[in-house]
Design a protein around this ligand. Structure first.
Ligand code: DGL
Length: 262
């Protein structure tokens, strides 16, 4: 069982930001990543639709022998992880906007959260945000349109820069000192974000924390792999793979990408 792969899925290619942290911290582990780009963005879908997509992705990963699943998507986690944990026996690791560290370290008492509508309107996010709203001002911003542009490979487009400016500039008026990236696609926008908000605002992205949590859960469940895997990491995508290939150009480990209808 310990040699079985770790499964990851996202509504598309954004979760590769989490995958990169996982392979860095857990070099022995083999992984299988599903990019459900055909159904992106999840952020505009209903909770029931998101659950149905997560079930489809989970069953494919389980059929490929995965021992643990990382839901590498805030929208999927906040809407569906409770359902997945109730219905499947293997461990699930999720990702949620990291309000806690932002609130803890904020000196101005104001933090910004950039996430999808699906995440911001989820009961799980509401519960967490409410815990901090008495102490700090939480400025929520729906990043509508950003995921679709990233999926199309338009990270460096003027269209994306204009959208980001529209979403982030108002936060500056609230004097936020932390910006939480509540979507796994957004770490790819950090250079553009810094151009707009400068270097004084701390950007919080939970990729590394998710990798640490994955390691802890593997150890706890006796699933940690002690020997280096021999198989390449596997990526499956249900649209043309060219944009995903570009996201992985800087990766030095061996991997395969296959286009698959799922
Ligand atoms: N990467 C997903 C997330 O973390 C994107 C959601 C979407 O597809 O709208 O929320």
């Amino acid at each position: 069982m310990n040699n079985q792969p770790i499964g990851l899925f996202d509504s598309g290619i954004g979760g590769t930001s989490i995958w990169k942290e996982i392979i860095k911290l857990l070099p022995n582990e083999q992984t299988i990543y599903l990019a459900d780009s055909k159904n992106a963005p999840y952020g505009k879908k209903s909770k029931d639709e998101i659950i149905a997509l997560c079930v489809k992705n989970t069953e494919l990963l389980i059929s490929k022998g995965c021992k643990l699943i990382v839901v590498a998507c805030n929208t999927a986690t906040t809407n569906a992880i409770a359902y997945l944990r109730e219905n499947y026996d293997i461990p699930f690791i999720g990702i949620e906007p990291a309000i806690k560290p932002a609130a803890l370290y904020s000196e101005t008492g104001a933090v910004g959260i950039l996430a999808t509508k699906g995440t911001l309107t989820s009961a799980l996010f509401e519960k967490t945000a409410n815990e901090y709203r008495q102490k700090i001002t939480v400025i929520e911003q729906d990043g509508e349109g950003l995921v679709s542009l990233i999926e199309k490979g338009k990270i460096n487009s003027l269209e994306l820069e204009n959208l980001l400016t529209k979403y982030l500039k108002p936060m500056l008026n609230f004097n936020v000192d932390h910006l939480v990236l509540g979507c796994t696609h957004y770490p790819y926008l950090i250079p553009q974000i810094k151009k707009i908000i400068g270097n004084k605002i701390q950007i919080i992205d939970s990729g590394e924390a998710v990798a640490k949590q994955t390691k802890a859960i593997l150890i706890k469940n006796h699933l940690f792999c002690n020997e280096k895997h021999i198989n390449p990491h596997q990526f499956y995508i249900n649209i043309d793979k060219s944009v995903l290939e570009k996201m992985l150009v800087d990766v030095s480990v061996s991997f395969t990408i296959e286009e698959l209808a799922f």
